[in-house]
Design a protein around this ligand. Structure first.
Ligand SMILES: Cc1cc2nc3c(=O)[nH]c(=O)nc-3n(C[C@H](O)[C@H](O)[C@H](O)COP(=O)(O)O)c2cc1C
Length: 371
């Protein structure tokens, strides 16, 4: 009996996938796949070092079409040649007794021109890229439909590669969110024009993914990740997020993953600004769909306190980069030894691939460092 037992209770998703604790590895881009998007050895070593802690590993986001690639070293799920490498990845994760979920993604206007064929950046509407140094072209309706189908095809590949599920990346300003946001969707066809029509793309992606998932012979989960608010106007407000949540709870998903940098962050617009977003989201959806909470949870006590809000699962991102053995340490009563900041000479000891390390170092303030 330990005060942290609540973290180590098993959990079964609607689809029948069972996990043996409440800790999820948050999806994290590692910039370390091979140039063609196939899984690299460095990436396998990075996951092997960490997969013993969480019971569910959500991978770095994988692009579902060539024009959805947003990062150098991004894993790809856009063609069948990728399946062999993806199988190695599920092998590594399963060996550590965790379940493996592939995050499926299209970068839309966030894609740098040099990473997409012919520099042709696409989005819901004609908009600048988020950095403003290039322009994105509005997808035609047929192209939009093709991307919806590509999410389904990526799901089929995930099943063939032995994944236990997929997570639709509907967060952090990428294409799925670009279609929902009034800032980036100014279309007047069936994919935009009103709040309801802006929902069309996210919901079509869910339907295509669920259809592909239904073909799996083993229990296979489908989750959806969303960002609850955009900071700018016009942009997604909490009120808009409630509309999205209401639609998603009807879709029989295994979980909703609320992407935030701080689990306890408060609502800005369209909900009570005095209360945390997560609590208000939980009130809105009740127990209809399990929620994964995330954001700056470092210690065992942080995680326990987060679970007390009623979220059944918590995800750790940076913390698992810094401390690959987070859960093992708590389980063996060594929670005081959990490392919560990086040291400048930690890269090799922590099995952090060099491209990820270089990104961390070049963005001061992103990861905590010991002085
Ligand atoms: C290195 C790194 C890469 C990330 N890549 C992704 C990604 O591919 N997909 C995604 O949905 N979120 C991504 N995120 C966001 C994390 O999943 C998480 O929401 C965020 O880091 C907050 O959690 P934390 O405080 O536990 O790190 C990334 C975060 C980090 C630190």
């Amino acid at each position: 009996m330990s005060r942290y037992d609540a973290l180590f209770e098993p959990f079964t998703f609607k689809s029948g996938v069972t996990i043996n604790n409440r800790i999820v590895m948050a999806p994290m881009t590692h910039y370390s796949s091979n140039d063609d998007g196939s899984i690299s050895d460095a990436e396998l070593r990075y996951y092997a070092e960490r997969a013993g802690s969480p019971s569910l590993v959500i991978t770095a986001c994988a692009n579902v079409t060539a024009n959805g690639k947003a990062f150098t070293g991004q894993p790809a799920a856009d063609r069948d040649e990728m399946i062999a490498g993806m199988k190695k990845l599920t092998g590594v994760i399963h060996k550590a007794k965790a379940k493996a979920v592939l995050q499926i993604h299209h970068g839309g206007r966030e894609c740098p021109p040099e990473l997409v064929p012919n520099g042709d950046i696409v989005s819901a509407s004609d908009v600048d890229t988020s950095t403003g140094d290039a322009h994105a072209r509005a997808l035609t309706s047929d192209e939009t439909e093709a991307i919806v189908q590509a999410f389904g095809e990526a799901t089929r590949r995930a099943i063939e590669a032995g994944f236990d599920g997929v997570e639709i990346h509907g967060a952090n300003g990428y294409l799925v969110q670009q279609f929902y946001s009034p800032a980036t969707n100014r279309r007047t066809d069936k994919w935009g024009g009103s709040l309801e029509k802006r929902l069309a793309f996210p919901l079509a992606v869910v339907d295509a993914v669920k259809k592909a998932a239904a073909e799996a012979e083993q229990p296979f989960l489908v989750g959806y990740r969303l960002s609850p608010e955009e900071p700018y106007e016009p942009g997604i407000t909490m009120a808009d997020t409630y509309t999205l949540l209401d639609a998603l709870v009807e879709k029989d998903l295994d979980y909703l993953h609320i992407s935030m940098l701080d689990f306890w962050s408060k609502a800005r617009r369209g909900a009570d600004p005095e209360r945390s977003r997560i609590e208000q989201i939980l009130e809105r959806i009740g127990s209809k769909v399990p929620v994964i909470g995330v954001g700056s949870l470092h210690t065992a006590d942080d995680a326990l306190k987060a679970l007390e809000t009623g979220v059944p699962l918590i995800a750790l991102g940076r913390e698992l980069v810094i401390e690959p053995h987070w859960a093992e340490k708590i389980r063996s009563g060594k929670e005081a030894e959990i490392q919560t900041a990086l040291k400048l000479d930690d890269r090799e000891r922590l099995v952090i691939p060099e491209p990820l390390w270089n990104n961390i170092i070049s963005r001061p303030g992103w990861f905590p460092f010991e002085s």
